[in-house]
Ligand binder design. Structure first.
Ligand SMILES: [Fe+2]
Length: 347
């Protein structure tokens, strides 16, 4: 993955010098002339490092630094603050604003590249450590599951298998791998009394459960290596008809990777024991997926392709033809807890 540097400098000549130097070294460089532009670009482009001049037309570099670091998504992004004026030499203020390095004078090109490289090495190390902590967190969620756990690992493996069968590219396959592992990491904040409650959830409890995609996205957002999977983590409970959560996305707003992950996720949840029901046999689970597609919740073509993958094309056709006939499992599905059926919180 190429390293992207955001150069924030109001002076076109100074900015051009930095852009030329960094581009020569193989970095992807984007430029911003104002603090507001830097704040916007950081959110949309997610650079690996920010080279920030203190003298900007709309706000001081310290303010930009403070605001960038206040956003959890940028907390691990290194910011180098460099002084354009002779009177700004307060390194303590720069550190207080969250800067990772402060240049009180213009460094030589060699010195600048060397310090930039060191910061990026440190960032890579921190990312690796943070990713392993998140993996442990995801595993701890599964380990406390009294009904066997390993849901995320199975979803990850099966989503990759499904994605490959669909002919998706490497980036999408990796998003499915990561999304499968971490899609429910936001459940870390849900009390076990709610997560493993045997009876129906009350509206307040349902609200807490339905926050887990947003919490999960916030937990994973600072890590660059997880960035391409963030939409899968946030949107794995959306529905094609717009009645899902948290954002009510509909139709084409939901990419194929998310549609595929949803199907794998729901199938695994249905075929696993839960506190409020026993596991269903695979054919019954597939019929529920077909039923959810008929209701406009899931992508029907993808459900058929998934069924073909797991039970073969003949089995898939037979199940597809039987949908709507009302097997006992389907008739009872979610009947004891409409909120859970609605939110598919078992997934
Ligand atoms: Fe979930």
């Amino acid at each position: 993955m190429p390293v992207t540097v955001l150069v924030v400098d109001a002076d076109p000549r100074s900015s051009g010098d930095w852009e030329a130097l960094l581009s020569d070294q193989g970095y992807d460089v984007i430029a911003a002339r104002t603090g507001e532009a830097a704040l916007t670009l950081c959110t949309s482009v997610r650079p690996d490092v920010v080279l920030l001049c203190d003298l900007l037309p709309d706000m001081h570099g310290l303010e930009v630094c403070r605001r960038l670091k206040a956003d959890p998504r940028n907390r691990l992004t290194p910011i180098i603050l460099h002084a354009a004026t002779a009177d700004f030499s307060d390194a303590a203020r720069a550190v207080g604003a969250g800067a990772d390095d402060f240049w009180s004078h213009a460094p030589t090109p060699w010195e600048a590249l060397s310090r930039l490289h060191s910061l990026l090495q440190m960032k890579t190390y921190i990312d690796e450590q943070a990713e392993s902590v998140l993996l442990s967190l995801a595993q701890s969620i599964e380990a406390r599951d009294p009904f066997g756990g390993s849901h995320g690992t199975r979803v990850s493996n099966n989503a990759v298998r499904f994605g490959k069968s669909l002919g998706l590219g490497w980036n999408d396959i990796d998003a499915l791998r990561i999304g499968g592992l971490f899609h429910d990491i936001g459940k870390i904040g849900i009390p076990e009394a709610i997560l493993y409650k045997a009876g129906p959830l009350n509206p307040e409890e349902s609200k807490i459960v339905m926050e887990h995609p947003i919490v999960g996205e916030q937990i994973c957002a600072p890590l660059k290596s997880l960035r391409h999977a963030l939409p899968l983590i946030r949107h794995h409970h959306e529905r094609l008809d717009g009645r899902g959560y948290p954002d009510g996305l509909q139709g084409e707003q939901i990419p194929v990777t998310i549609r595929a992950l949803q199907i794998v996720d729901i199938c695994d949840a249905l075929t696993s024991d839960r506190s409020y029901r026993q596991n269903l046999p695979l054919p019954s689970a597939l019929m529920i997926l077909y039923e959810e597609a008929d209701r406009g919740w899931l992508d029907g073509d993808l459900v058929s392709q998934f069924a073909s993958l797991v039970v073969g094309s003949e089995g898939s056709i037979a199940l597809g033809n039987r949908r709507g006939l009302g097997s006992p499992e389907m008739a009872n599905w979610g009947a004891s807890d409409p909120a859970r059926r609605l939110s598919r919180s078992g997934a």
